[in-house]
Design a protein around this ligand. Structure first.
Ligand code: SF4
Length: 425
């Protein structure tokens, strides 16, 4: 099957064998993959357990068992060796690994007659855009696409535009292209471009599209994009605090949302039972209160007072490129709505994606404050993005009613733009 792919050509990537993904992800295997790994004959002198001890049962009823690769005591994959390399890859080659490991960090999403490719920024090499260009990786990406994209993907319906409106694929892609065009201009800071996209998408949500399609839709999008440019201008000094700060209620909702992004949820965390859940519940209560010290949700964080993170920490200039690339890859890859993001409509999904910006900057401030610093570095933001993007579109809780209602509440209160301004200072 020949699949026409849209590649994120502004992004580079090659694996640099940091082993990070092998420590963070639970890898579900199909029965065929389980049998293949069993037939590879792993034994204790390979540094692994043998037989069924290579796998852990997870989820599913007894008559439909599901398996994932087992983990070492520190949470790392059972096949990760002491040098941080995969034992299956080293002994039998890349193609012998489970498909989930081979695909990472790529993500494939149907986009009409094409398939669009995105990347997961939980991989530090993606964040740093290290390695080969996407054109150089094209053959390998095509091979992976053939393995994961199902026949008949062209019949996948487009994501809804909003709660009440649907467009066909070409028109939905016109809206996606307009978001990309808003985010791609580099004449104003990224935080301004993001607010502009949110502003005109609010207008999209209030509009009817029964008589707007093709060139007329493009014309409409041009008009509302221009309205956003006139409405949202950078201050003379765009790094000065804006009088309009988030409200106390907006801050509670935001802290609860950010706590979800700052969690780690490795296989070890998820198997820690009631004690782990009780710890998370107590941490959630402290995030809701927002006073005293922030409970450290991962080892990279230290307890620091909540109020410390509300001081301006600056916005490193190199982060402009990182944020522009991150959002453009996610938007072009449709990695924020529809099948890639809990089936939510485009406008809602973009609001969730936009909230990653202040949530990641809050986490980056926490990292800086944990090292007694009061200024952000590019490294803080890069590392924070690997933490927040790990969950985006993958942790079931982000598609739950509670999480979606939180995003909706923040949008209704007009808080998302305020949070973007507040944490970009
Ligand atoms: S996190 Fe990225 S760079 Fe590190 S091993 Fe995984 S794919 Fe390679």
């Amino acid at each position: 099957m020949a699949i026409s792919l849209t590649l994120p050509t502004i992004q580079n990537w090659s694996c640099h064998n940091c082993g990070g993904c092998c420590r963070q992800h639970a890898i579900e295997v199909t029965e065929e993959e389980r049998q293949r790994i069993l037939s590879q004959g792993w034994k204790a002198n390979d540094g692994t357990p043998s037989g069924n001890a290579l796998f852990e049962r997870h989820g599913g009823p007894p008559w439909a068992k599901r398996y994932q690769l087992a983990h070492q005591a520190d949470g790392a994959c059972v096949f990760l060796d002491e040098r941080g390399l995969c034992r299956i890859h080293a002994k039998f080659g890349e193609a012998a690994k489970p498909l989930a490991c081979r695909i990472y960090p790529y993500a494939f999403h149907p986009a009409g007659k094409k398939v669009t490719v995105s990347l997961r920024f939980s991989c530090p090499s993606v964040v740093a855009s290290l390695g080969r260009s996407m054109s150089q990786n094209a053959d390998e990406i095509k091979q992976l696409a053939r393995a994961v994209v199902p026949d008949g993907f062209e019949r996948t319906p487009p994501p809804a535009l909003s709660a009440n409106e649907r467009l066909d694929w070409p028109d939905l892609m016109r809206v996606g292209d307009a978001i990309d065009a808003t985010l791609a201009t580099t004449d104003v800071p990224f935080a301004i471009r993001l607010q502009r996209a949110l502003f005109w998408l609010n207008l999209v949500e209030q509009s009817r599209f029964d008589k707007l399609s093709g060139a007329r839709l493009t014309e409409f999008l041009d008009i509302i994009r221009q309205a956003a440019v006139e409405e949202i201008r950078p201050n003379a000094d765009s790094r000065q605090p804006n009088a309009e700060c988030p409200t106390p209620l907006g801050r509670i909702q935001f802290r609860m949302l950010t706590a979800q992004y700052a969690r780690k949820d490795t296989a070890t965390d998820l198997s820690s039972g009631w004690r782990g859940r009780w710890k998370l519940f107590r941490a959630a209560a402290r995030f809701a209160r927002g006073t005293g010290n922030i409970p450290p949700l991962q080892s990279v964080f230290r307890e620091v007072p909540f109020e410390t993170l509300e001081q301006p920490f600056g916005f490193p200039a190199e982060c402009e490129e990182l944020w522009t690339r991150y959002f453009r890859v996610k938007v072009a890859g449709l990695h924020f709505c529809g099948p890639a993001y809990y089936g939510v409509p485009l406008v809602e999904g973009f609001r969730s994606l936009a909230l990653i910006f202040p949530a990641t900057l809050w986490i980056a401030r926490w990292m800086a404050a944990s090292q007694n610093r009061t200024q952000l570095t590019h490294e803080d933001v890069s590392q924070a993005l690997t933490i927040s993007d790990h969950h985006h579109g993958y942790s079931p809780i982000f598609g739950s009613f509670g999480f979606r209602r939180r995003v909706h509440t923040l949008a209704q209160m007009g808080e998302i733009a305020k949070l973007i301004r507040w944490y970009s200072l």
